[in-house]
Structures are given as C-alpha cells and as structure tokens.
Design a protein around this ligand. Structure first.
Ligand SMILES: Cc1ncc(COP(=O)(O)O)c(N)n1
Length: 275
C-alpha cells in the first residue's frame, strides 16, 4: 500500500442525508441513495425508517423501526454534520411520516421528497392512511418528485398534458412545496421521448430526452431524487441539480445491472462523464 493511500488528503466533501428504507437487494432505497451520492462526489448519511426484505422479484417483508430510533438517528446526524441537503424516500407508515416531518422542522437544509408509494414490482410501500400525513412534509419541501402514478393518486390529476401538469403542481404549491418535478417515465408520449417537467411558482422547465428502452427501472426514482439532493448539497441551483440528476439517472438506466432473476435494476456503476 502506498503512503498516499494511508494518508488521504484531508478535505470536506459536501454532505447529504437520505431518510428512507433499506432495500436488501441493493437496487433501490437507502442503498441506491448512498451509491448515487457517492458517485456524485457527496458524502452520504442515512436515517433508516424501515427495512424491506426485497429482491428484483418483489418485497417479501417490511419492518418499520420505532419512531424513537428514527428520531435518534436524525439527531445524531444533525448534531454532528453540516447537512447540505436531505432526500426522503420510502417512509412506510403514517407514524413514520409524522416523525420525519417533526425532524425536518428542526433543519434548514433543502429537502427533496420522493413520495414513494408503490414499488416497480407492484408491492405497496406506503400505508393508505399515511397519505394525509404527507401534507406536513410537502409544506417543508424544496422539491417533490412524483411519477405520474403518484401525482395522480395524490392530486387527482394525471400529468399527461401541460394543463394537467400545472394543476398537479398547483396541488403541491397549495400545500406549501416550493417546486415539483413531474417525472415523465410513466407517460407515453408516442414519439420515443420522456419529458420531465420542473414547475416552480414562476417558471416551468421541461427536460425532454430520448426514452431509455429498458424494463430494468427498479431504483430509478430513488436514484434521481438522491442525485438531485447531491447536486443541491454541492451547491447547484435547482434547475442544474435536476438536469444533472436526470443525466445520471439516464446513464444508470442505459447500463442496467443484470442482477437477480426478476426485472433488473438501474446500474449505479454506469459511466457518467465528469461525475
Ligand atoms: C426500500 C425501497 N424504497 C423505494 C423503492 C421504490 O423503488 P422502485 O419503484 O424503483 O421499486 C423500493 N422498491 N424499495
């Protein structure tokens, strides 16, 4: 081992925190979040809300940690680290959603909310009665990143036209969110593209890219929201963080990991330009 490896250059990397659940298979959840943050040059910490027993075929069990354990993890991190951004993933129950909302009110870091409800495998990841509790989280969100199904379930609007997209975004604004990224992956455009639309109170920006033709999409939403949080922790403005987050997620989709017997997942080892 060289001396260089024994004495790394001291430096202070940007720090981002994921508050989400573990995916034992490693494609989504906390594991996807930390891999993404690492690939994007950000030191990732985690508050684990739940533990799923999961592989590429589906979810066989979920264990949600006690609220106190969620709170003490958050306090341990908040007491010690300079948190540059927070990303929320699978929160599972109304109680966990309430606990996380309380934790967030003690933080001034930007918050990216991936409102995880159902896995790509079709397994439900959020109790029905937890949806209302999300209002206290949306009120503190810098950005919410619903896919079309999540937007439809939450807002009653399927965001497949500019008008419906605006109405869906307005639903989040009414609850206090600063911005919404309506992801287009679940919307058929008919021309081989995917349009992801970033809506703030005064601007709408659409990112249109060729559709990556793959069914190995497990982990794509987790990857995108953590890539955006990583960008914000690095100091990117929201639009740049979203644009770079989409680019990283597309790279991870274009080089899917052929792991497991079911639908594979995105590949966090994918080549990605300048990272
Ligand atoms: C722990 C956890 N968090 C999030 C997802 C959603 O990911 P996907 O919709 O890609 O299956 C998941 N399956 N598991």
């Amino acid at each position: 081992m060289s001396d260089d490896m024994l004495s790394p250059t001291p430096e202070t990397p940007p720090y981002a925190l994921t508050i989400a659940s573990s995916d034992s298979g490693g494609g989504a959840g906390i594991q996807a979040d930390l891999k993404t943050m690492t690939r994007l040059g950000v030191y990732g910490g985690s508050v684990i809300v739940g533990v799923t027993s999961q592989n590429t075929r589906g979810v066989t069990g979920t264990h949600v940690l006690p609220s106190e354990t969620v709170r003490t993890q958050f306090d341990a991190v908040a007491d010690d680290f300079d948190i540059g951004a927070i990303k929320l993933g699978m929160l599972a129950t109304a109680k966990a959603v309430e606990t996380v909302a309380e934790c967030l009110s003690d933080s001034d870091a930007p918050i990216v909310v991936d409102p995880v409800m159902v896995a790509t495998s079709g397994d439900r990841l959020l109790d029905e009665d937890a949806i209302d509790a999300y209002d206290d989280i949306f009120a503190q969100a810098t950005l919410v990143t619903p896919n079309a199904d999540e937007a439809a379930e939450l807002t009653g609007h399927v965001p497949d036209s500019p008008e419906a997209t605006r109405e869906a975004a307005d639903w989040f604004f009414e609850r206090g969110a600063d911005a919404v990224l309506l992801k287009g992956g679940h919307v058929e455009t008919g021309d081989g593209t995917v349009a992801d639309t970033l809506v703030t109170r005064d601007e709408t920006t659409t990112f249109t890219n060729p559709r990556v033709d793959t069914d190995r999409t497990h982990g794509s939403g987790c990857t995108l929201s953590s890539a955006i949080a990583a960008g914000l922790a690095r100091g990117d403005d929201l639009e740049t963080a979203v644009e770079r987050g989409i680019a990283f997620t597309r790279a991870a989709l274009a080089a899917p990991a052929d792991v497991g017997q079911g639908a594979g997942s995105v590949n966090h080892l994918a080549d990605f330009g300048d990272g």
